[in-house]
Design a protein around this ligand. Sequence first.
Ligand SMILES: [Fe+2]
Length: 275
Amino acid sequence: MEVGGAVDLHSHLVPGVDDGATTVEDVLEGIGRMVAAGVGTVVTTPHLEGSLTLLPDSFERRLREMDDSFALARDAVGELFPDLVFIRSNEVALDHPEPDLSDPRIQLGEGGWLLVEWPRLRVPPGSAAVLTRLVEEGHRMLLAHPERYRLGEGNGALRRISEWRESGVPFQVNYGSLVGAYGPEPRRRALWLLARGWVECLATDFHGRPSLKLFLKEAREALVTQGVDPDVALTSWELMTTTNPRRILEGDSPLPVPPLEVQSGFWERLTSFFR
Ligand SMILES: [Fe+2]
C-alpha cells in the first residue's frame, strides 16, 4: 500500500449508510477539503454495531450494503483524486460485551486493528473490563474519541478514561475536540490526554457534509504555535497525524507520543471564538 501525507483513520463517507455523507457529491466535496489539508489516505469508517457480528445474515446484508455504496464513492473519488488512498473500514460500537471482531472486512486496512467506540456516546457498565478482556483475547483496538463520551464533568470522567487506558488500548482524539468544536468539556479532556502523551492518533471523524468543518488546520495551528515546546509539538503532531495511523494501517503498534502541554490562555480565546 502506497501512502503519503496525513492518514485519517476515522470518517463517515460511505453515502447513505449511517449519519455521515448522504451523496457521492458530498463525499467528493469533503475529500477535496481533506486533500487540500494534506491528507493522503482516508480510511472511512461507517458505524457498525458490534452486536450485528453475532447475527450472520444481518451482518452480511449490512456489509454488502456498505460495500455497494462505498464502491460508487470509491470510483468517483478515484477519478477526481487518483493519488488518494481511500479504504473502507468500520467504527465498531461495543454494544455487546462479546462481539465477533475477527472479520477482516471490519478492520482498519489489512493489519488487523479495529476502530471501536461506545455506542451513541454512552458508556456501558463495566466498560474498562470489556476492553481489558478483548485486549487479553488478542484484539488490537484503537478507541475512538475517548474525550467525547457522556461521562459528566470533572475528575470522575478523567478517572473513567484512565481505566480505559489501563487496558492498553491506544486513543484516537478528534481534531475538532482540540479546538472546542464539541464544547468545553471534550476540549478539556483532549488537552488533558495530550498532556499525558495519551493521544496516539488524531482524526477528523468527518460526517461528510459541506457545512461541517474538518478542524485539521485549526488544530495544527493551535498545537504547533501554542505548544509550550514547539519542537515537541511538531514531533507529536507528525506522530499523531501520520506516523501512528500509518503504523496501525500496516499492523504495527503506534509509537509513544511525547506529552504535549499547550498554553491555556490561547485555548480560552479559541473556545470563545467557536461558541
Ligand atoms: Fe465516528
